[in-house]
Design a protein. Structure first.
Lengths: 271, 256
């Protein structure tokens, strides 16, 4: 009898737990959207739109040719800039992190360049490269590279010296040492840098298009605002938010894969 | 000593390369002016009162934005971090709102507040808020359970528990958040001026660009970079000072 009872409560316990999780996850968002819907019907503020009109505008504005003309090129430039900054940042970071004289020579310069607010590079890039796609990718890269570069340098510096000396005495080739020891050892820091770079890159994507473009997400949003297309403007903000969230989620998946060994190790040492 | 020397070599080397590129004709001096011209202009600028007024305006919106963001983030972060129910209930909302790029709100801020500093403040506060908020939540939730239970059984009041148990645990997190937020707030203060056009260094950058004044433009880029360095140095120093008692700083000093 008791065994049966236990058997019956166990699945219900699981069901309750899942329901509880779902409730926690969607409870506040649902509540917020509900309040927003009620408020938007009462409020006379013409700059606020309700969830219904917003979704409608979203469908009208972004699903269709605008997706190909405005959204895809923006996302492509964003990813190209991110890719370039990861490759360049990690390569330069390994080099600078490994050679102390080089690091000490470049330190004040790096300190200065990473402190420049990246959007001020847009006018400079416009002078040097004109208003082109390359210019936007270069701007995104030149802003997003600093967190990756600096974190890589720190990560490479902190590589365990016993392991380095072991690799030396086993005559592990330079290439293998970078690939099998230094990069994995620095990877937690590199991933931290990439996470910071994501938000910088997204900001630069938007700003570079607000400044110098006749297409793209940033341009569209600014255009809607200037023409008082309020619902469309909100839908653009929503889309940018979605892109930000998607980027963060995709990065989380990649990070968990790349750093599985690291998180596993931390759990073992904690236990 | 060696470090300072090498660093100086690096800086001078960079300036020399900068000077050489237009000299050798690798770039048009209209697009990349001589380093000497740019620094010459800077020397003129710092004697001009208008320059300091713009600098003050930029730093004012930076300071107001950072303060507002920090105060709200600390208040909300402490409450949310201390109450497990709130922490779980707000998790998805926070994870959704945090990655929204604050510059996406520029059009909205312009519509609501016009081309004013208040519109810039919306952007600055939104960006800086999350940096501090997330750190405070982590920090407050990181309180050692033994320490918390001990404080309870010794009958510490709620205020005393906040002051002597929660604050010391959360302070390192808060200082990290504050340092990140200060840098982000500066970026957005300048960006907002460039895009919205409220007066300050950022607007001057945009004006120099549209006037084709490359020398002035590069000079202002250098100024914003130096400003960023100063903000970083000050906040790193404040972090070390306020955490002088903390393990991480003490260990650092010991190995020096």
């Amino acid at each position: 009898m008791t065994a049966l009872g236990a058997g019956r409560t166990a699945p219900r316990g699981l069901g309750v737990r899942v329901a509880e999780h779902v409730l926690y996850a969607v409870g506040l968002p649902v509540l917020a959207v509900g309040l927003w819907a009620v408020w938007s019907t009462r409020s006379a503020n013409r700059f606020l739109v309700g969830p219904g009109p917003l979704l409608d505008a979203f469908r009208r504005t972004w699903i269709g040719p605008a997706f190909v003309d405005d959204v895809l090129p923006s996302v492509y430039r964003l990813l190209a800039g991110l890719f370039a900054s990861i490759v360049l940042g990690v390569a330069a970071g390994v080099l600078i992190g490994r050679f102390r004289p080089l690091r000490e020579t470049l330190e004040p310069l790096l300190e200065f360049f990473r402190a420049i607010p990246p959007p001020v590079l847009i006018p400079v890039a416009m002078l040097l490269l004109g208003i082109t796609d390359t210019m936007k990718v270069v701007v995104i890269t030149s802003g997003a590279i600093w967190p990756i570069l600096l974190n890589t340098i720190e990560g490479v510096r902190a590589t365990d010296s016993v392991m380095l000396e072991t690799a030396d005495s086993y005559r592990i080739s330079r290439w293998e040492r970078v690939w099998l020891l230094i990069l994995p050892a620095a990877s937690p820091r590199i991933m931290t840098g990439v996470r910071q770079a994501l938000s910088v890159a997204l900001i630069l994507m938007v700003i570079s298009e607000m400044f110098a473009s006749s297409a793209g997400l940033g341009y569209r949003i600014a255009y809607f605002q200037r023409n008082y297309l309020i619902a469309e403007m909100w839908s653009g903000i929503l889309l940018l938010g979605l892109i930000g969230v998607l980027l963060a989620v995709a990065f989380g998946v990649v990070e968990r894969r790349v750093l599985r060994w690291y998180h596993g190790m931390r759990e073992v040492t904690r236990a | 000593m060696r470090k300072i020397l090498l660093g100086a070599v690096g800086l001078l080397g960079f300036l020399a390369v900068w000077q050489l590129i237009p000299t050798l004709g690798l770039a048009d001096p209209h697009d990349l002016p001589y380093a000497t011209d740019v620094f010459g202009r800077l020397l003129q600028e710092v004697r001009d009162l208008a320059f300091w007024r713009r600098l003050r305006l930029t730093m004012t919106s930076w300071a107001i934005g950072l303060t507002l963001a920090t105060l709200t983030a600390v208040a909300l972060g402490t409450v949310v971090g201390l109450v497990p129910f709130l922490r779980r209930a707000t998790h998805t909302t926070v994870e959704f709102l945090r990655p929204v790029p604050s510059v996406a709100l520029i059009p909205l801020a312009v519509l609501m507040f016009g081309l004013q500093m208040r519109a810039a403040l919306v952007i600055i506060v939104y960006a800086a808020f999350w940096q501090v908020f997330v750190q405070v939540i982590y920090g407050v939730a990181d309180v050692d359970t033994v320490a918390r239970d001990t404080a309870r059984s010794f009958g510490l009041t709620r205020y005393e528990r906040l002051r002597y148990v929660v604050l010391p645990t959360a302070l390192p997190y808060l200082m990290t958040g504050l340092r990140l937020a200060a840098a982000v707030a500066l970026i957005l203060a300048v960006t907002a001026e460039m895009v919205i056009g409220n007066p300050g260094l950022g607007r001057m950058i945009e004006l120099s660009r549209s006037a084709g004044d490359a020398v002035g433009l590069y000079g202002l880029v250098v100024v914003t970079g130096l400003l960023g360095v100063v903000v970083n140095v000050v906040f790193r120093f404040a972090e070390r000072r306020s955490l002088a008692w903390h393990q991480s700083v003490l260990a650092d000093e010991a190995t020096r």
